[in-house]
Design a protein around this ligand. Structure first.
Ligand code: FNR
Length: 392
């Protein structure tokens, strides 16, 4: 069968390959999925405005993120239990990011350990932290990330408790799982996925103590009870000191929070609604971006995730002042559809589309993207030009 040509094609291939409950866990959002849809629709509503007779014979996709050179402004977002897409998915995703010359961010809830992912490929990688009620456990994770040589600590701040993902509730993809005849029959229809999982080391939350000794369900229960809803700005300094490297906040949508993050010495913010999986009804990430870029005013880097499915979406986010974007589901669909090589396939599709989009837009370098590339430059924040100069 021909390789999928687009991220949408990878998603369809993943739908065929995965049991329904697993596909929905990856694909779904919270409640009515309004925010999930807005992440896409708001990208589509930003028309591009190409220039002509510009020499675009050579296009330059390179930029820097937190001072590290990357070959393209696209990073891999942290996703829990990536091993559900394909066994050891995190290792393959990190290798794919390294092969393309960019950064992989590992989730606290990964199915591979920090140490295994650190050893899987050269180059920069980040660790995403969920602060736990057990502060000792949190400290331990931060120290392990530091010892493993992670280049940045990404604190996710939009998950004080898990969003209500109704597809998971309906499918019985819950803790504990609700087994039904329908689920069992569906598993049988997806025998290749089941066989892959059975042949592989047992799926686990590899970053929790005694992860290998406890069942994944038992640990999921423990983790769900561990998300710390009492975390505040006052806790940032301790985390930052414990890690001793760049701190990134993930999950901001409000410009006042971005301003506050800068005041607390945060090095970068990720404008994100967790891929529409948390607060349904929250605005899209791309709609929130301009005000946040304006509020930050070049004092920290601004990244974005949520709904990036085409190279043109990367262009739109950069035109509105993002330094780079991250993708979650595209990599998971790639892994599910094609196995270990699928992450690289997904990233390559997006890289080639970005390159193609720059050529047709008449912009030879990603660093030259600005609001004039958009049909309505008023979509950009007023201080964007100043911010850009400060970022270079
Ligand atoms: C996520 N995301 C996420 N974020 C995080 O900080 N820690 C995590 O463990 C996870 N886990 C996770 C699992 C799955 C299956 C998905 C789809 C997403 C959110 C992720 O980092 C990112 O914000 C979104 O995925 C971005 O949206 P797109 O690219 O998936 O549309």
């Amino acid at each position: 069968m021909a390789e999928p040509l687009s991220i949408a094609g990878l998603r369809e291939a993943a739908r065929r390959r995965l049991p329904r409950a697993v596909f929905d866990f990856i694909d779904g959002g919270a409640q009515d999925e309004c925010t999930l849809r807005a992440n896409r629709a708001d990208f589509d509503a930003l028309p591009l405005r190409p220039r002509v007779l510009v020499d675009v014979g050579v296009r330059d996709l390179r930029t820097t993120v937190l001072g590290r050179a990357v070959a393209l402004p696209l990073l891999v977002a942290p996703t829990g239990l990536t091993g559900l897409a394909t066994p050891q998915g995190e290792l393959h995703a990190r290798r794919a990011a390294a092969a393309l010359g960019t950064i992989y961010c590992l989730s606290t809830n990964a199915s591979c350990s920090i140490e295994a992912v650190a050893a899987a490929a050269p180059g920069p990688f980040w660790f995403q932290l969920y602060a736990m009620r057990d502060r000792g456990l949190t400290r331990d994770l931060v120290q392990r990330a530091r010892a493993a040589g992670c280049d940045a600590l990404v604190l996710t701040v939009d998950l004080v408790q898990q969003g209500r993902r109704e597809r998971d509730l309906r499918n019985g993809f819950t803790v504990p799982p609700r087994l039904s005849l329908r689920n069992a029959l569906d598993m049988l229809r997806h025998g290749r996925w089941v066989l892959d999982q059975l042949r592989a080391p047992r799926l686990e939350f590899a970053n929790y103590p005694s992860g290998a000794d406890r069942g994944v369900v038992e640990l999921a229960q423990l983790i769900a009870a561990q998300f710390d809803a009492t975390l505040t700005w006052d806790d940032l300094a301790a985390l930052r000191d414990a890690f001793g490297g760049p701190l990134v906040l993930k999950g901001l949508l409000h410009p006042d929070d971005a301003r506050r993050a800068v005041e607390h010495g945060v090095d970068a913010v990720i404008v994100s609604n967790h891929g529409g999986r948390q607060l349904d009804g929250a605005c899209s990430a791309i709609a929130a971006l301009p005000a946040i870029v304006a509020a930050v005013g070049g004092r920290a880097e601004v990244l974005l995730d949520g709904g990036v499915r085409r190279g043109a979406d990367i262009v739109r986010a950069l035109a509105l002042g993002a330094r780079a974007v991250l993708v979650g589901r595209p990599v998971l669909w790639g892994l599910a559809a094609l196995g270990p090589r699928g992450a690289e396939h997904a990233l390559t599709i997006l890289r080639d589309e970005l390159d193609h989009c720059l050529a047709l837009l008449g912009v030879p370098a990603v660093r030259a993207l600005d609001a004039h590339c958009l049909h309505d430059p008023r979509a950009a924040p007023p201080v964007q030009a100043a911010a850009r100069v400060a970022q270079t």
